[in-house]
Design a binder for this molecule. Structure first.
Ligand SMILES: Nc1ncnc2c1ncn2[C@@H]1O[C@H](COP(=O)(O)OP(=O)(O)O)[C@@H](O)[C@H]1O
Ligand SMILES: [Mg+2]
Length: 414
């Protein structure tokens, strides 16, 4: 089988790395890939959002199976386009990708199917939005409806900040047309968590859980990032497990009743308090960095899982996990998530232990290996305990060097 993976990050590196283990997979292409993927894949210089270019390539190379990493091509309808052309592809169609493309679309669905979520109102009109602000208590959350690279959510401590947020979105149009609509919602307290599910023929098959670390500094301080460390598994209490399953059942019911045909990954973001989960959002693709710890722990053949998912034939017993813990520390460029420099030489990867897996988030190979993003490398270790995985990961992080390298020291210590 010839497989095409679309995307450039650590998530796609991890997916390709796991697909490469499958006896069914002969060759993997990555569009565009990065400095770490060219050692076992063929990097193809086509942008993940260039749907026509990707289609032309897949037809010409007779690609048997395509896996989509990021949300942009999914929301643009790459899955529909590939299928119309007789190509097999893993991911939700354009209609289902609306769960990520529009926060309002998800809120309407959640409310309709009685799935716990924050109370909300949505607006296309600035004055109406302003007039509604007195209906909420503070803090409240203002969200641009569309895709905003993780920057479209503004938590407002008082009315003044809320007015500022609405000005930014509606008047200054900082998110362009992605801010044509705004969701204003109640602020939830608790602990954030996520659940990734394979979705086959509208049925949800949860993967084992992973804990992300979003803030840049130790102790969960500082600004949010794309995620700078993660570990798995995370055990749920019986009560929480039951409540999570109940949410999944209601989502399945909603998919069926809406006559959707959901297939691919559903990433459910939760706020959990007293074992009661409330849905914050849906994403329609694998999480990054969650994927970097889930792939090393997965015992099953990833290609078989994804192929069965697309065929609507996945079964719970197909998904088998190793008992091991897995932990990733992400080495970042100094300054991230604000501005940072690229092009720093990365040294020391060859000195790391043989059983350490290094997924590249943002690197490029230009004679030397260079940094090429805010998140640079995911240094990943398996261990019999969380402590063992953590110690192995950190021992090896210390062997890798580049100018300005920064990483959190407390991943998996909480
Ligand atoms: N209702 C809410 N209450 C408290 N925090 C929230 C709420 N909605 C979002 N957040 C915070 O904002 C972050 C981003 O919101 P989210 O809906 O996940 O949008 P996106 O990932 O598209 O930026 C969440 O991870 C969470 O930390
Ligand atoms: Mg989110």
């Amino acid at each position: 089988m010839k497989v095409l993976v679309i995307g450039n990050g650590g998530r796609e590196h991890a997916l390709a790395w796991k697909l490469n283990e499958s006896p069914s997979v002969d060759k993997i292409y990555l569009a565009k890939g990065n400095g770490g993927t060219s050692s076992f894949c063929e990097n193809v210089d086509i942008d993940p959002s260039d749907i026509e270019g990707l289609l032309k390539f897949a037809l010409k190379e007779k690609i048997d199976f395509t896996v989509v990493g990021p949300e942009d091509p999914l929301c643009m309808g790459i899955v529909d386009k590939f299928r119309e052309n007789g190509l097999k592809i893993f991911g939700p169609n354009k209609e289902c990708a609306k769960f990520e493309k529009s926060k309002e679309f998800t809120k309407i669905f959640l409310e309709k199917y009685n799935i716990p979520t924050a109370k909300y109102l949505s607006f296309t009109d600035y004055d109406k939005a302003i007039n509604s602000l007195d209906k909420f208590s503070y803090p409240l959350v203002v969200k641009a409806d569309g895709l905003c690279l993780g920057k479209g959510v503004l938590i407002c401590e008082n009315k003044e900040e809320a007015v500022d947020a609405l000005d930014k979105i509606f008047k200054e149009r900082v998110f362009g047309s992605e801010g044509d609509k705004v969701v204003i919602e109640e602020f939830l307290t608790g602990e954030e968590a996520s659940l990734l599910c394979l979705v086959s023929n509208n049925k949800l098959y949860p993967l084992e859980r992973a804990k992300d670390h979003k803030q840049i500094y130790d102790g969960d301080k500082g600004p949010n990032t794309g995620g700078v460390g993660t570990y798995s598994p995370v055990k749920a209490s019986d009560e929480l497990a039951k409540n999570l399953r109940e949410v999944c059942d209601k989502i399945e019911e909603g998919f069926d009743k809406e006559n959707l045909n959901y297939s691919g990954i559903l990433f459910i973001g939760f706020m959990i308090e007293d074992d009661k989960p409330k849905v914050l959002e849906f994403n329609v693709r694998f999480g990054d960095p969650e994927t970097e710890v889930l792939m090393p722990r997965l015992d099953s053949d990833l290609f078989e899982l994804l192929n069965k998912t697309v065929d609507g034939e996945l079964k719970e017993e197909d998904i088998v996990w190793k008992d091991d813990y897995c932990l990733t520390v992400i080495m970042c460029s100094g300054g991230y998530p604000a501005s940072y420099e690229k092009g720093k030489v990365i040294e020391g990867i060859e000195d790391t232990d043989e059983d350490i897996i290094i997924f590249h988030n943002g690197t490029k190979l230009d004679k030397e290996l260079l940094t090429n993003g805010g998140r640079v490398l995911s240094v990943t270790a398996l261990g019999k305990t969380l402590k063992e995985a953590r110690e192995k990961a950190y021992e090896n992080v210390e062997k890798i060097h580049f100018d300005g390298a920064y990483y959190r020291k407390d991943i998996g210590t909480k």
